[in-house]
Design a protein around this ligand. Sequence first.
Ligand code: AMP
Ligand code: MG
Length: 502
Amino acid sequence: MSASLDFRFDNSYARDLEGLYARCQPDTVTAPRLLFLNRPLADELGLDAVPLAGEEGVAMLAGNAVPAGAEPLAQAYAGHQFGHFSPQLGDGRALLLGEVIDARGHRRDIAFKGSGRTPFSRGGDGKAAVGPMLREALMGEAMHALGIPSTRALAVVATGESVYRERVLPGAVLTRVAASHLRVGTFEFLSSRGDGKALRRLADYAIARHDPDLRDAPERDLALLRRVVARQAELMAQWMNVGFIHGVMNTDNMAISGETIDYGPCAFLEAYDPDTVFSSIDERGRYAYGNQPAIARWNLARLAEALLPLIVADPSEAAVREGVAQATEVLDDFPAQYEAALLRGQRAKLGLQLARPEDETGDRALVQDWLDLLRRQQVDFTLAWRRLADAADGDPSGLQALMSEPDALTDWLVRWQARCASEPVSAAERADAMRRVNPFVIPRNHQVEAALTAAFERDDLEPFDRLLAALARPFDETPDNAVFGQPAPAQVTACYRTFCGT
Ligand code: AMP
Ligand code: MG
């Protein structure tokens, strides 16, 4: 192996968390072909993109040659799926290769997705298809460019093999980079087995990895819970403010790190409606756009339960009561943290720079009335905010054109302008600031589908590359990317369904 392909793995998970994984090798594939390589991410990881894109590198990214120092393993975890507990899930089609310390000194997991069966595959084939893997790469890059914590794809390689779903699809392996793959479900796995010793090791591992300053803190497990709650409150606010719908917020798909993880049936909202659901398996709308913060809190309660054996000092009734009360207090703070993070983001989106406490009630009402307007008139969420920036600049015509009843907007605009005028900021400055937080380009469902279809049906990666390039600069609005800012016809969005990438 050439030195430039050296990941310099350091595998703390394999070392420290015996019992939480099964060692397992990736399948070899017949005809690996590189579809996507994330050069900026390769740089961050200290990898040389040129040899990575070469024959030896692609063989490695397909699982045909396990890189030096990797210790492939399938992680065990449990999880609440649509509210129901499964004590044994685990990586059914993923493998952790190992960890790399990146250019900023952060430990990152390098993992495969779609690399074959593992001891946790149950009935599945362990494989993934080109479309869903390119979709994950695209979504992760879009989120990253929007400033939202996310796992990212280092590469997607076509395997040359077929994957059998409702139809025959071309297979692929994605290389995923994550701050870690510790999930709420990882804790549930050990807690549900009553394995207190392993749970202790896992919590200490999580603290060392994500919150090292808590190592010697009093009540460190409660402090860990507090941190995870805080990260999820921030993350949910960010999702809501860009219209992201994860689609399958099971506890095994919620990362302790606070990164967005497991891009399956996710999609972005187009016309604003909190009840929006795209996932074909989410029949009751449990994971609808507007439910996401409540679901996050529900998932965090499952984490709190899993941590309880560590939080409670001794088995006496009094200690249990005290531990439960403490954990509950931490959980009960989630709504306030989420609301604060949401309002912070919304104020920026509205072009408001001063977060004066005396304005809080008024600002909340202002944003709520705006959202009600968007909802009633089924306005495109992303474009509405973007055109509001133009209104800040003195041109409300684009915004009015999005509305079926533009007159209903007039009163609201007057209130908003009055609130803006209470701040010493010029119109041009305000509009600029708004254009830096309100994206023009998001992964629109029809654009994503068109790019993926071209890639896996016609082997044409050009639409994918063009869309990816546009998503990398979501706040730019130019003639070149104008096409990516356009909503799909409403009929298309109304029928749009996403599927788990299984
Ligand atoms: P998800 O909610 O899609 O992240 O996956 C739920 C569980 O199903 C996880 O344990 C996955 O590893 C597993 N899984 C998903 N797809 C497959 C597959 N094709 N083969 C084996 N296991 C799978
Ligand atoms: Mg998952």
